[in-house]
Design a protein around this ligand. Structure first.
Ligand SMILES: [Zn+2]
Length: 392
């Protein structure tokens, strides 16, 4: 317990917290006019919860997805895991933990005003400066100062709207050159629609990716084992790059609750008949075989996508796959083609596609295709194509 002398002057005044009906709190006027109130009372008025075991243990406040850890007789608090220096230290008075209201307001990007015997305390997460949707990411701009990092958590953003939890992939926060805090919410794998209404712009998650949920999709990494497939001048093997892209695509799809049938899950030699058998026995609703191309002339490059002539479902999926890949990787467009490849002609019952993402025999294209970033873009493009196929 603190040995400090407290209670220089005790006043009772109405406090309006975030515009809610006023309540009475014991106020301590202390140390050159700073106003203190009981920590638990302030957050109870806000709908939050305070746990404090007393003595020197810190109090833990939960409020609107914020976790605020407040020490006793100290200035160094923690807001959502980030250190926040309170302007004044907390105080224990008659067994209760008091916090300086100005310090609290500052920590939560709020304000405090004392007008006609009423204290108006506003706590917020900052002021929303802008929202924009670009490159499959929602970008929030938040006003803030260097001290405060009270930012919305991914969980907090999920609360608005039913489809959001599955959509949210990653939340990153960074400081803009203007000193604002930018929150970027990655929503890959689906669509966001913006609507401008009376209360500003509203973003809604389109349900399309959920139509992939529960689907069984066969992913076939071409070649494997004793069959390396194409070999580039830098030594990259088609079977390895196909494996890497399929791994990334499988991860994308599983996050959308797709049941992935990994046809060639490790580096093994597998006949074409066995690949088709595995897909069929697994009840695949689509079959996508990932390959990389080769040509005796090293200048030949680009993306091409195949389906069998009779399979109109395969043609539709092939077009989607091809268009997404061309848009994502921007390699030469060699077109959607028909071919009587074994894995295509033996699966007329499902949309079956063979994609040749690029040419390993083209030296620059080989190095581009071997990059993780390229493979991730390719995987995302393939995921989008499948999502679009099943939403149609
Ligand atoms: Zn191949």
């Amino acid at each position: 317990m603190s040995g400090k002398a407290l209670g220089v002057k005790t006043t009772r005044a109405a406090i309006v917290v975030n515009g809610q009906p006023p309540s009475d709190y014991a106020l301590l006027e202390y140390d050159q006019g700073a106003l203190y109130a009981q920590l638990s009372e302030v957050f109870r008025a806000l709908g939050g919860n305070t746990v404090w075991a007393g003595n020197d243990s810190p109090a833990v406040v939960t409020w609107r997805n914020n976790l605020f850890v407040v020490p006793v007789n100290e200035k160094g608090a923690a807001l959502n895991g980030e250190k926040v220096i309170l302007a004044r230290e907390t105080l224990v008075y008659e067994g209760k933990l008091y916090v300086c209201l100005e310090s609290l307001a500052e920590a939560f990007l709020g304000s405090v005003r004392f007008v006609d015997g009423t204290l108006h305390l506003n706590l917020s997460l900052g002021r929303l400066l802008g929202l924009q949707f670009a490159h499959n990411s929602l970008v929030f701009s938040w006003s803030g100062n260097q001290r405060t990092t009270a930012l919305p958590s991914a969980q907090g953003l999920c609360l608005e709207g039913t489809g959001w939890p599955a959509a949210l992939r990653a939340v990153t926060m960074e400081r803009t050159p203007e000193g604002h805090v930018a929150v970027k919410v990655d929503v890959r794998g689906g669509h966001v629609a913006s609507k401008r209404g009376e209360q500003g712009v509203k973003f809604e998650w389109e349900a399309s990716p959920h139509r992939l949920r529960g689907r069984r999709i066969a992913l076939d990494a071409g070649h494997g084992g004793q069959q390396p497939g194409a070999i580039g001048p830098a030594g990259y093997l088609e079977k390895d790059l196909a494996r890497q892209v399929v791994d990334r695509l499988a991860a994308e799809l599983r996050e959308l609750q797709v049941e992935v049938l990994d046809i060639r899950p490790n580096d093994q030699s597998l006949s074409l008949a066995e690949r088709v058998n595995r897909a069929r026995q697994g009840g695949a609703e689509a079959f996508l075989s990932v390959h990389f191309n080769a040509h005796e002339r090293s200048e030949v490059c680009g993306t091409e996508t195949y389906h069998s002539a009779e399979n109109t479902q395969g043609r539709d999926l092939a077009r989607l796959v091809h268009n997404e890949l061309i848009a994502a990787l921007k390699l030469r467009d060699r077109g959607v083609k028909q071919a009587a490849f074994y894995v295509l002609r033996t699966q007329p019952e499902v949309p079956a596609v063979v994609v040749e993402i690029g040419f390993l025999t083209h030296p620059a294209e080989e190095l581009f295709l071997a990059k993780e970033a390229t493979q991730q873009k390719a995987a995302q493009a393939l995921c989008r194509a499948l999502a679009r196929y099943f939403e149609a």
